[in-house]
Design a protein around this ligand. Structure first.
Ligand SMILES: Cc1ncc(COP(=O)(O)O)c(C=O)c1O
Length: 373
């Protein structure tokens, strides 16, 4: 195969930039420092102490009685393994943007029968449409999937109401990709029958990348055990049984990132799930008001994300040049729109993780200055 990419030497002199992209996001200094410990083995007692601490703290933070897996990899691992573990035949994938479309693509590549319930980019998935679709198909699905927060369009889907619809279908598991939302947008996982919900830690958990978190219901575990096939690496059973027997992970994990996780989870427990939600709501409301004053919001009214603002470029500013200049002059980085479809038509501000109102205001001031708003 002919390769066009050549080595570009990594240097030691990059200017520090504050991240307002939809992940990775800013990480606290003490969380970065927590990674600098002498290495230990993944079968030592120290590992059991570390892994059981982060798993149990995550359950406490999320307020769930379901099981938690923290696996080395990123959220995409669970996009794939949840389909492998739960779907013998049919899966319904709701799509309304790039990441939900990726979920459909993943399931197709795994050879499953994939039906899609499709919405235009910018629209949200509606629980009544899911109900109607399930009624029309006699609920023949092993699983239904939904993205909580479509980071490509800034849409927050009503996963709680969709979960409530799915309660009427006890043989269908509800799988939620919460990659850019969990930890910054409150969700009562158990109350809404969410069987599988996963995230990547570099988003609203505000940790360095390298780990994925998945919360798994007993029904999902049982369905995997009864299914014809399951993922080896991302199998719920393998991870959860190993946890029960040894309090460790089945394969060698990214130990330094787990050390960072432990430290950041202390901050998250101190703040609480509810207070993090409130802080993120304030940042989202401020960003939305600012966007409506100068531009417009891209998502359908009432379904705007609490962690990623996708702003429609109604002033026709040069998005790429503005991002570049804000980065040069203010050392702050925000995002263009997603992919070729939304690249210049929108831009995105990640107001997630450890940011607060003041830090978001610093960015919007910088954009106003550079774009002459
Ligand atoms: C909603 C959503 N799903 C999945 C992903 C993929 O996450 P990762 O690259 O951490 O696997 C992303 C990344 O931005 C996302 O926003």
């Amino acid at each position: 195969m002919a390769h066009v990419t050549q080595k570009r030497e990594y240097r030691d002199d990059y200017p520090e930039k504050t991240l307002y992209i939809p992940g990775p996001t800013e990480v606290r200094e003490d969380v970065i420092e927590a990674m600098c410990e002498p290495m230990f083995g993944h079968r030592m007692d120290q590992m059991t102490d570390l892994y059981t601490t982060i798993v149990e703290d995550t359950k406490t933070f999320l307020g769930t009685d379901n099981d938690v897996i923290v696996l080395t990899g990123s959220g995409t691992e669970f996009m794939e393994s949840s389909v492998l573990n739960l779907v013998d035949e049919n899966v319904l994938v709701t799509t309304c943007g790039s990441f939900s479309e990726r979920q459909a693509n993943v399931a197709e590549r795994l050879g499953k029968n994939v039906d899609t319930l499709e919405y235009d980019w910018g629209e949200a998935v509606k629980p009544e449409d899911v109900r109607e679709h399930l009624e029309a198909t006699d609920g023949e699905y092993d699983a239904v999937t939904c993205v909580m927060n479509e980071s490509s369009t800034g849409v927050r889907n009503p996963i709680e109401d969709i979960g409530d619809v799915l309660k009427e279908y006890p043989d269908t598991r509800f799988v939620v990709d919460a990659v850019s939302a969990l930890g910054g947008d409150y969700v009562d996982i158990d109350a809404h029958g969410i069987d599988v919900i996963f995230t990547s830690v570099q988003k609203a958990f505000a940790m360095p990348p390298g780990l994925a978190v998945c919360v798994v219901s007993d029904d999902a575990y049982d369905q995997e055990v009864e299914s014809d096939s399951a993922s080896w690496y991302g199998g719920f059973q393998r991870s959860l049984d190993y946890y029960d027997r040894k309090g460790q992970t089945h394969s060698t994990p990214a130990i330094p990132v787990m050390l960072a996780y432990r430290q950041q989870m202390k901050h998250m427990l101190d703040e609480t799930h509810e207070a993090r939600d409130q802080r993120h709501r304030e940042m989202a409301e401020y960003t939305r008001d600012w966007a409506r004053e100068h531009f417009a919001m891209f998502p359908e009214d009432g379904y705007e994300s609490q962690t990623v603002a996708c702003i429609e470029n109604t002033q026709d500013i040069d998005v790429a040049a503005t991002i570049e200049q804000v980065s040069e002059e203010y050392d702050m980085v925000f995002s263009n729109g997603y992919g070729s479809q939304l690249g210049e038509r929108t831009f995105r501000i990640g107001h997630m993780g450890e940011h607060d109102l003041d830090s978001i205001k610093r960015l919007t001031d910088a954009i106003e200055d550079v774009a002459g708003l």
